[in-house]
Write a protein that binds this ligand. Structure first.
Ligand code: S3P
Length: 168
């Protein structure tokens, strides 16, 4: 019985790597954001706009635990903020869970996120900070939670296949 969680900052490749890993291991691939969107029948961006972030965090928390408690043999890609709210980080340490933090440097994350900002509400808020400053501060706040993962895998200068291999 395997329950594998992938976590990390936005742009760290959780979903891409999750899909490859699931195929390699013959497990189900589950994307937490996609599951929330399916259940709520709206995009994450719309949810942030119309219901607010607190509502989103509540759905995220409930669904995370529902999946871990009821399913097995899966790779679950979390949202970038999932481990950082509502004691969700405790799930990373459960005996029945293997957790992997896909750790990227600020430089790597900025390079990736410059190209894929649109669907990420947190990166599209009005702020005087540059993207680099925003990410640096945000990562500093979140680092404690990310480091609760049982395994830490560097993603810098690696392809998704190479990261997948490191996890295996
Ligand atoms: C978030 C990351 C997003 C999504 C939501 C909030 C975050 O997921 O869950 O926009 O708090 O970092 P990705 O990490 O897949 O972009």
């Amino acid at each position: 019985m395997k329950k594998i969680l992938l976590l990390g900052y936005m742009g760290s490749g959780k979903s891409t790597i999750g899909k490859i890993l699931a195929e390699r291991l013959g497990f189900d691939f589950i994307d937490l954001d996609a599951e929330i969107e399916k259940k709520q029948q709206m995009s994450i961006s719309t949810m942030f706009k119309t219901k607010g972030e607190v509502y989103f965090r509540k759905q995220e928390h409930l669904l995370l635990h529902e999946i871990i408690d009821t399913r097995e043999n899966f790779i679950l890609s979390l949202g970038g903020g999932t481990p950082c709210y509502a004691n969700n980080h405790l799930a990373l340490q459960r005996d029945d869970v293997m957790s992997f933090y896909l750790k990227g440097s600020i430089k790597t994350l900025v390079e990736r996120l410059e190209k894929e900002k649109e669907h990420r509400p947190l990166l599209n808020q009005n702020s005087d900070d540059t993207l680099e400053t925003f990410i640096a501060k945000h990562l500093f706040d979140r680092s404690y939670f990310y480091h609760q993962a049982k395994n830490i895998i560097s993603i810098d200068n690696k392809s998704p296949m190479e990261v997948t291999q490191d996890i295996i």
